[in-house]
Design a binder for this molecule. Structure first.
Ligand SMILES: [Zn+2]
Length: 443
């Protein structure tokens, strides 16, 4: 049993949002009590005491859209790659990587993604993976790493026609195999979705195969209208809009999550709302790819559950939060919009999206919630309390200030030192995997 206390506690529980000097008592995988430090210490004298030293104790972050396959790209320069549009970014960069990503490459990509997430206080990831060099077993490889490190993950494989029918069939089977495996294992930490790349690389025949393989077992996770090319493809080749095409194939529903949704019209938003489908926004990635600004304010106004991901542009959810706010304000030419929407996305909607897949409540510190708790080294020099927490999150705090990370009642990092693995050893092996991958890309 643990007592993480002697800190300023942000709970994200409306019943008791803030405790000035308090903590959480953790037993097994869940939180059993919150309260004042002195009272908890008196009640649980035998618990292992994790001293927050006056820092901020809060729920661990949730990232609802990442790509493990992109992890080894940091610092990579591909010869002759100078993209002038979104398609060229995919083809010249991301597909060049995933076509050469072996199981070994996938494994080390998973390590770095999860380690960086743990170090920025994020313990739950919804990942969308592709490794077209070696597809079979890749989700199982990622699962092994997630279990070894002790993080929570909801995984899927990115089905696409881009590398031919045989690879596409392998990708469909990888989803099916992993979904059935998760259903059988029923591990509370590992869940599965059915992944699809994007409409413009998925034919009607492939959608039919995906739906058949999934057989209603789980929801879909797919990129939608990220670039205008997706909109043109649906219009020119299928005579419809992207979301209508998904609706016609039976892809939408309360367990399905659509990535980006930048170029939607009002009718498509209505369909998303009516089917209870979820959306994830990835503001930094959208700006980096110059694909536009998602209509987040309109979607939320319509009652669509929009959550916040990173697209692996960063693993720091607070960085993503800051950019989510400023892109919306910049786009609207209004300096007073989006505050509540973006903080709701990260702190309310991401936990809501998790609830579709994970049984224990996440993103909140309250009795019965999963013991996913972080301690942030955030020194306050202006008033700090229940009424202005988000102002501190947006303008003061960054993920790198995470000192201690607990997931499912297990300490993964304490005082900035990883307890779940030998970081130096993994980094050294990852370096070899990256050099091997880069060498093959630029050969
Ligand atoms: Zn993505």
């Amino acid at each position: 049993m643990y007592l993480i206390a002697n800190g300023k506690v942000i709970t994200r529980d409306p019943a008791m949002p803030y405790i000035e000097n308090g903590g959480v008592a953790v037993k097994g995988t869940e939180i059993i009590e919150l309260g004042e430090t002195a009272a908890l210490k008196a009640k649980y004298p035998d618990a292992e005491f994790v001293d927050a030293k006056g820092m901020v104790i809060m729920p661990a972050f949730i990232n609802i859209h990442s790509h493990i396959y992109s992890a080894l790209a940091r610092g990579l320069s591909i010869k002759g790659h100078n993209p002038t549009n979104f398609y060229e970014i995919l083809d010249g960069m991301w597909w060049a990587i995933d076509r050469r990503l072996t199981l070994e490459g996938t494994k080390y990509s998973a390590y770095t993604t999860f380690i960086d997430s743990i170090k920025t206080g994020c313990t739950t990831l919804f990942d969308h993976h592709a490794s077209y060099a070696e597809i079979p077993g890749s989700l199982f490889e990622i699962e092994k790493v997630a279990k070894e490190l002790g993080v929570r993950a909801c995984l899927c494989y990115e089905v696409s026609d881009r590398d031919g029918e045989e690879k596409c069939n392998q990708a469909i089977k990888e989803n099916g195999d992993f979904i059935r495996h998760c259903a059988k294992e029923n591990d509370p930490m590992i869940k599965a979705m059915f992944g699809g790349h994007a409409l413009f690389t998925i034919s009607d025949k492939t959608f039919e195969k995906m739906v058949k393989e999934n057989n209603g077992m789980t929801g879909f996770h797919i990129h939608v209208s990220e670039g205008l090319n997706d909109v043109y493809d649906s219009a020119l080749n299928y005579g419809t809009r992207s979301v209508n095409r998904l609706l016609n194939h039976g892809i939408l529903g309360p367990k399905t999550m659509l990535g980006h949704c930048i170029h939607l019209n009002a009718a498509e938003m209505d369909i998303i709302k009516e089917t209870g489908t979820m959306v994830c926004n990835n503001p930094e990635s959208n700006m980096g790819n110059a694909v536009g600004c998602a209509p987040v304010l309109q979607m939320i106004q319509k009652g669509i559950t929009v959550g916040l991901g990173t697209d692996s542009y960063t693993f720091d959810m607070l960085e993503s939060l800051k950019v989510a706010l400023i892109i919306q304000r910049h786009n609207a030419c209004m300096p007073n919009v989006a505050w509540c929407e973006v903080t709701d996305m990260l702190f309310k909607n991401n936990p809501k999206i998790c609830a579709q897949y994970f049984d224990q409540p996440l993103g909140v510190l309250k009795p019965g919630a999963a013991a996913d708790v972080i301690v942030m080294d955030y020194k306050t020099f202006t008033p700090f309390g229940a009424d202005n927490i988000d102002g501190h999150m947006i303008f003061g705090m960054t993920g790198r200030q995470c000192e201690t990370t607990m997931c499912n009642g297990k300490l993964l990092m304490k005082d900035r030192k990883l307890l779940c693995c030998d970081e130096e050893e993994i980094n050294a092996k990852t370096m070899e995997a990256a050099k091997d991958l880069w060498g093959r890309i630029n050969a």
